[in-house]
Design a protein around this ligand. Structure first.
Ligand SMILES: [Zn+2]
Length: 596
């Protein structure tokens, strides 16, 4: 950082700079900021999450830049914001230089950076720097007069404001940052690239229609988070992913929609059924102008059925993990939409339309589904230690001294285990799970959510019955509210099957199935761990329902011991209500054709 900029100086000076660039003592960040900017005002931006585990976002304005910090208390959020504001001082010996570098020109381009009389913060900075260098140094003045600093100023002065893009600016602030391609998403006509930029020990991702745009967005995110810089004269507006907005903004928006809906359904989280570990929801976008997304369904839950309650007639819900219930709710929603085409019903507005050849139906152009999960799905997506990356500065993922106990077992199929936490790998050899075995006391094994998501990314979310009427329905994006790691998430939901499936599905061009690569994203303010005991209930809601349905995950029935609306039997009834009354995809099944 600063040390590198001064390369070529004499050793003593370089040494001093390295010390200057050292980490800000977190506990003193507020005190330091107050010294530099007495009375800097902090503002509460938002408060999300349940009462017992809220997440606060605080904001402070310094040098006309906004710095946001988040935390489980207002104090912590303030501290984070102050740290970011302070870092912006540390990156630049003089704040005016920072603004010039960004082409935002709050000062005239001819301003004398080295002048102490400048309206900028150089004087204040000096006291900050002398604090960090033990009180003996002369601080910012030295840095400004150093050779490296002059050269930088020359470059800044010779460039017109707005000429620089985030990639250039990030590179000027942090020399030699590394970009890695994480992967590609989507089909030929709509490809999305994911890039990662590593700045010190932190990683930021960005997506875009080209590698260049993805790189641009990754750098933009890094600048925003590290330095509170977000304004650039963007020349890639038209290329921004997902409805013309930055992917991170869209991801945060999806999360907010689901959290808000959950708040509405739980009386502002005051209902006893607001207690949860994991919340998931599906947002639908139609692509119409002004449509910012609608929550179709949501569910909470982290448990599975007790083996003895398995139902032979499909009257129990076996898997009450939130994201798994969401798939069933989406199917329920799609059945609702299909029922609008039953004969003798007055014409309605549906998100579906008949196929042009009269066989079955399809989603209208532009209709997309986005899954939000408050934490990464159980199974392969969670096989990593979230703190590893922080101690492995500048290394590629392969070089990381990975200490996760399951690191050798990545990419494997895994199962949830009855009355146990977490998942275990599927045994290649060994006994096959049988019903009578489970009834005699073997622990019931249920497919992990990572594995189910992988399956949905190949077969779609609609299931075999609904597939009589609809081609595969895929997720356009998956947004994860905490414990998100782009690399592990990508492997967990499609990466591990890509090598074998791409060859088979991609080349033939015959199959209606494909390997779906949804856009993957975390949120900018990850939610904290939900405190308290895991609730022994799971709730679900779908558009058109009045309130929440509450399931006891141990029995797979509702609280009143009735079958849930999401049982296999309920789904089959939905199917039967359409059978033979609307046109099916496969015309050879004449019986499924609608009567003329
Ligand atoms: Zn799960």
């Amino acid at each position: 950082m600063l040390g590198k900029r001064g390369a070529g100086d004499d050793g003593q000076q370089a040494k001093k700079k390295r010390r200057l660039a050292g980490p800000v003592e977190p506990l003193n960040a507020l005190v330091h900021l107050n010294k530099l900017r007495p009375g800097a005002q902090f503002k509460l931006v938002s408060q999300v999450g349940p009462v017992h585990s809220p997440l606060f976002v605080m904001e402070v304005e310094v040098n006309q830049q906004l710095f946001q910090g988040s935390g489980n208390s207002k104090k912590l959020a303030k501290l984070r914001a102050a740290e970011l504001a302070l870092k912006s001082f540390l990156q630049f010996p003089d704040a005016s230089e920072a603004h010039q570098l960004l082409g935002r020109g709050f000062l005239p381009a001819t301003a004398d950076f080295t002048s102490d009389a400048d309206v900028s913060s150089s004087g204040a900075c000096r006291s900050l720097f002398s604090d960090f260098s033990g009180g003996g140094g002369t601080g910012a003045g030295d840095l400004n007069n150093a050779g490296g600093g002059d050269a930088l100023q020359q470059r800044i002065l010779s460039s017109k404001p707005g000429d620089k893009n985030p990639v250039m600016v990030l590179n000027e602030i942090h020399r030699g940052v590394k970009y890695d391609l994480l992967g590609e998403v989507g089909e030929k006509h709509f490809k999305l690239f994911n890039m990662k930029v590593t700045v010190g020990s932190r990683e930021f991702t960005g997506s875009g229609r080209s590698k260049k745009v993805a790189k641009y967005n990754a750098a933009l995110t890094a600048l925003k988070v590290l330095h509170g810089i977000s304004q650039f004269r963007s020349r890639v507006n038209e290329e921004k992913a997902l409805g013309g907005q930055e992917p991170q903004v869209v991801a945060d928006h999806m999360a907010q929609l689901v959290l808000t809906k959950f708040g509405e359904l739980t009386n502002n989280l005051s209902s006893p059924h607001a207690r949860r570990k994991v919340l998931a929801g599906i947002v639908m976008t139609t692509g119409h102008e002004g449509d910012s997304g609608q929550v179709i369904c949501l569910a909470t839950g982290t448990k599975c059925i007790n083996g003895e309650y398995l139902s032979a007639s499909g009257q129990a819900v076996n898997d009450c993990h939130a994201e798994v219930l969401c798939r069933r709710l989406l199917v329920k929603f799609l059945y609702q939409q299909l029922k609008m085409f039953l004969p003798n019903l007055s014409p309605v507005v549906s998100i579906l339309e008949p196929q042009p050849d009269g066989r079955g139906f399809r989603l209208k152009d532009g209709v997309k589904f986005h899954l939000y999960i408050s934490t990464s799905p159980c199974g392969d997506c969670r096989i990593f230690s979230p703190h590893d990356a922080k101690t492995d500065e500048g290394r590629t993922p392969n070089q990381i001294s990975d200490k996760h106990p399951n690191r050798r077992a990545r990419g494997l199929l895994r199962t949830k285990i009855e009355s146990g936490e977490g998942t275990i790998p599927v045994r290649v050899e060994g006994t096959i799970q049988t019903w009578d075995g489970v009834l005699q006391g073997e622990r019931l094994l249920t497919m992990s959510c990572s594995d189910k998501l992988t399956r949905w990314n190949v077969l779609g979310l609609q299931g075999a019955l609904l597939h009589q009427y609809l081609p595969p329905v895929y997720l356009s994006s998956i947004v994860v509210g905490s414990w998100y790691h782009s690399e592990h998430m990508m492997r967990g939901v499609y990466g591990r099957v890509a090598p074998s499936l791409d060859a088979r599905l991609g080349q033939s061009g015959q199959s209606e199935f494909r390997l779906n690569r949804p856009f993957l994203s975390g949120v900018s303010s990850p939610e904290g761990r939900q405190a308290g005991k895991t609730p022994n209930f799971s709730v679900n809601w779908c558009v058109g329902y009045e309130g929440l349905e509450v399931i006891n995950p141990t029995t797979g029935k509702t609280e009143k011991e009735l079958p849930s609306q999401l049982t296999k039997q309920a789904m089959f009834r939905d199917f039967l209500s359409l059978y033979g009354k609307i046109p099916a995809l496969d015309a050879s099944q004449g019986v499924l054709d609608a009567p003329k």
